[in-house]
Design a protein. Structure first.
Length: 258
């Protein structure tokens, strides 16, 4: 099944209200040149923005967005992407979250970082990347029940239990994708302060990030459940999310008229 078809199934069956974002970290110039040649349209930030703002174009507007170091206006993301080293400004930028500067430095140093040499990053709707690239990560901005269904399908598909998400300070979108890419494990984390106000993450939304190499297995698990009769785990037999009815409730019951 193509990524376009996968996106259509996900949007319909999980009732997503944002496109899943296919993230690609480019390290190879030949691969990057091929992407630029094959993409029908590529959008770039007019001014330096945050990474979570790059994703707005992909998840809300359906655009293929590409940028490098010059298009990124967030020091925290630059550190996560290996485009800058830790410095005094980065430590002080985390001071408001921590007890003191020593703790701030330890916390920054404990974040996952990409290897040096990153050329640029593409973020695009999952359904737009056929023939362009294989996603390194697939990033969902979704609600609680959508996140739960994706997590359950990931656990079943990859035989992983329990899941242990990785939450870091001030780096949900950027650091979350890097963590998933480096660990090749599922991540589910709330919006950080930056992605809440800069990246326009709604208060009821949560981030789910799946390694690209494992995404196919997760999608297959969803389709297996659909073929068995239900996209809903909470209410098997119903479409997602299922009737919001307490289990074993004797009052809320429907039957066909005679």
């Amino acid at each position: 099944m193509s990524y376009k078809e996968m996106q259509e199934v996900l949007m319909r069956e999980l009732r997503l209200y944002h496109y899943p974002v296919a993230v690609k970290f480019f390290y190879d110039q030949v691969e990057l040149d091929a992407f630029h040649k094959a993409a029908p349209e590529i959008y770039a930030p007019v001014k330096p923005m945050t990474f979570c703002q790059w994703e707005l174009g992909a998840r809300m507007k359906g655009q293929i967005v590409y940028a490098g170091d010059a298009g990124l206006g967030c020091g925290n993301a630059k550190y996560s992407f290996g485009w800058k080293d830790i410095d005094e400004g980065e430590i002080k930028g985390h001071a408001k979250y921590t007890k003191d500067l020593e703790q701030a430095e330890r916390f920054v140093r404990s974040k996952a970082r990409l290897p040096e040499g990153l050329l640029g990053i593409a973020v695009a709707p999952l359904g737009s990347v056929d023939g362009l690239y294989e996603p390194d990560t697939v990033h969902f901005y979704c609600d609680n029940m959508q996140a739960y269904h994706l997590a359950v399908d990931y656990m079943a598909a990859t035989d992983t239990h329990p899941l242990r998400p990785t939450i870091t300070m001030n780096s949900s979108a950027c650091g979350g994708n890097v963590s998933t890419y480096m660990s090749q494990e599922f991540n589910m984390l709330p919006a950080c302060s930056g992605s809440y106000n800069a990246g326009k993450t709604e208060r009821g939304e949560i981030n789910v990030i799946i390694p690209g190499k494992k995404f196919g297995a997760v999608f297959d698990r969803l389709t297996d459940r659909i073929e068995a009769g239900s996209s809903s785990i909470t209410r098997p037999g119903d479409g997602f999310p299922g009737a919001d009815v307490c289990k074993n409730c004797p009052l809320i019951i429907f039957k066909k008229e005679q």
